[in-house]
Write a protein that binds this ligand. Structure first.
Ligand SMILES: *[C@@H]1O[C@H](CO)[C@@H](O)[C@H](O)[C@H]1NC(C)=O
Ligand SMILES: *[C@@H]1O[C@H](CO)[C@@H](O)[C@H](O)[C@H]1NC(C)=O
Ligand SMILES: *[C@@H]1O[C@H](CO)[C@@H](O)[C@H](O)[C@H]1NC(C)=O
Ligand SMILES: [Zn+2]
Length: 528
């Protein structure tokens, strides 16, 4: 191509990309709204079968957390922040999820994991059992078991995986595989003497040996009580197993007996050495308990993979199956930052989950992979005051004189309804720098050692086949059913008796207009 036409192409590209407005005048707002209308008219509607399903659960990642995190990320780049969008906020379909448990207005992560993955709402604190099971009562759980989309997907020949930054036996991931009337029965020392119920770690290795990828923390429930942890080189007599088993050895023996290619990793170096092309089964347990917060991940001598790195490796292993896969990825420690009233941690963890979602969108195709990003529940967390545009989201509110607090002392934008940040009426003067320091507790209205969850709705963001089924306010257990319907597993297997084998993108009248416009544009381009 000669340089003259190169120049024209450049001009065309620039005009296609639109001029860059730096002033948010009326033209700017009209222009971005009009562009949004055009994008909405062109929304893809994939009605074909989803080969793959990826469920991202931001534990405690409610709408306030997402808004604060998008501002935080924008501000880390030197922008005002409010105008930023996290990558999953650009997904075409959004709905709301009502998160209550069958016996509580405000839920816990076990009851919600059961709703999200087993498709049945249940009680506070129970996993993979319906509401007939009473929390902590082994006998009551007999016959109450409900299977999850992990089991349904496996039954149709798909590969399955669970990735989390919490212990792999913690409530959210365990909702994908365990049946337990008590989320705290993670190791055999936690199950009451005489109860005929198996602990969660045991169930993972012995009743769910088909799961191909397991990445998270929680080694302490896999080693014997008198064995040394490879990283800390200490015994954990309080959590280690008393049944004489080392579940990692059990896991390896099972894979070996099937002649499968497998690998166990407990540190970053081993994780990096896992070659997806050469591994069918991967087990990674990177901490005795939860994995480190993203900001501390590389501080120890051995390091840990990020949530994004674990997501990438999981997809690379799972996508080798022609029948597709189901993968659950949990950004678990958003919740832990909130429980401690340390909002900065919750925001940092949300951004690490955004990175993981970015890996999933890059490694899969919208036309055959349903990706859902949601939360299990909210927190009593909010963005308050009337800070000026671009005010540091972690800083103190810069107010006009009329908006000062009654005692004229500063306050931070981010606040909690309860938790350890309660100040016992002892308000103090502090600076913006104080407010932004690592480990700073936000203020809470009610004193509690551990901040509670919130009972409000959370958002569901979706893209890919059947993503448009998220369109309003849904009961949380609906999410499992949409995943099953989209991928033709479980209760919705029959949806595939009449499958569309090719991606079927709905084309409305407006799309025909766009197609004609594109045809004209292309013809003009070649003539020109
Ligand atoms: C779990 O596996 C054990 C054998 O390892 C078996 O005895 C038990 O019945 C299984 N439980 C369920 C619920 O499948
Ligand atoms: C708080 O401290 C700042 C200096 O850091 C001072 O300017 C301000 O007057 C103080 N406010 C009150 C109410 O004491
Ligand atoms: C009130 O705050 C001041 C300054 O931070 C601190 O020295 C004091 O111990 C606090 N009093 C109570 C009752 O918490
Ligand atoms: Zn929680």
């Amino acid at each position: 191509m000669e340089s003259g036409s190169m120049f024209c192409v450049l001009i065309l590209l620039i005009s296609l990309c639109g001029d860059i407005h730096t002033i948010e005048d009326r033209e700017y707002w009209r222009k971005i709204a009009q562009e949004d209308i055009q994008a909405s008219l062109r929304l893809p509607k994939y009605t074909n079968v989803a080969k793959n399903v990826i469920l991202f659960i931001g534990d405690g990642m409610d709408p306030a957390t997402i808004a604060a995190s998008r501002i935080y990320r924008g501000q880390l780049r030197g922008e005002n922040g409010e105008e930023n969008s996290l990558n999953f906020e650009k997904f075409p379909y959004v709905g709301f999820s009502k998160t209550y448990n069958t016996d509580r207005q405000t839920p816990d992560s076990a009851g919600t994991a059961t709703a999200l993955m087993c498709g049945v709402k249940s009680r506070f604190g129970v996993l993979g059992v319906d509401q007939k099971a009473i929390a902590g009562n082994c006998e009551s759980s007999k016959g109450a078991e409900v299977d999850s989309i992990v089991h349904w997907s496996h039954a149709e020949g798909k590969s399955t995986g669970l990735v989390t930054t919490a212990r792999i036996t913690h409530a959210t991931p365990a909702g994908g595989y365990a049946h337990s009337p008590e989320r705290d029965w993670e190791g055999d020392q936690d199950v009451p003497e005489g109860a005929d119920c198996k602990d969660i770690a045991y169930q993972l290795v012995h009743n769910n040996s088909f799961i191909k990828v397991l990445f998270g923390g929680g080694r302490r429930f896999f080693y014997k009580y008198n064995e040394l942890d490879p990283e800390t080189e200490e015994m954990d007599a309080d959590h280690g197993r008393k049944d004489g088993r080392n579940l990692i050895t059990d896991w390896e023996a099972d894979k070996k007996s099937r002649g499968a290619k497998y690998m166990y990793a407990w540190k970053k170096e081993q994780f990096d050495a896992m070659d997806p092309a050469n591994i069918d089964y991967a087990l990674g347990l990177f901490e005795p308990s939860h994995m480190q917060y993203e900001k501390d991940r590389n501080k120890g001598p051995t390091g840990e993979p990020s949530l994004a790195e674990m997501t990438r490796k999981a997809i690379e292993i799972l996508k080798k199956n022609d029948k597709g896969f189901f993968l659950m990825v949990e950004g678990a420690r958003i919740d832990h930052g909130h429980h401690d009233n340390i909002a900065k941690l919750a925001l940092q963890e949300t951004l690490s989950m955004e990175d993981a979602v970015g890996e999933a969108t890059r490694l899969t195709e919208e036309k055959d992979t349903l990706i859902i990003v949601t939360a299990d529940h909210g927190h009593v967390f909010n963005i308050g005051g009337y800070p000026l545009r671009g005010n540091d989201i972690l800083g103190i509110v810069k107010s006009t004189d009329e908006e000062l607090t009654d005692d004229k002392l500063p306050y931070a934008t981010l606040v909690y309804g309860n938790g350890p940040g309660y100040d016992w009426g002892n308000r103090t003067n502090f600076t913006d720098a104080d407010a932004k320091r690592d480990g700073r507790l936000q203020k809470a209205a009610v004193p509690m050692e551990w901040e509670t969850h919130g009972g409000h709705d959370v958002a569901i963001y979706a893209r890919g086949p059947m993503a448009h089924l998220f369109h309003g306010v849904h009961e949380q257990n609906y999410i499992a059913h949409v995943m099953a319907y989209a991928s033709c597993v479980g209760q919705n297997k029959d949806h595939c008796n009449n499958p569309h084998t090719e991606p079927c993108v709905g084309i409305g009248n407006n799309n025909y207009v766009s197609l004609i416009a594109i045809w004209f544009a292309l013809s003009a381009f070649f003539l020109f």
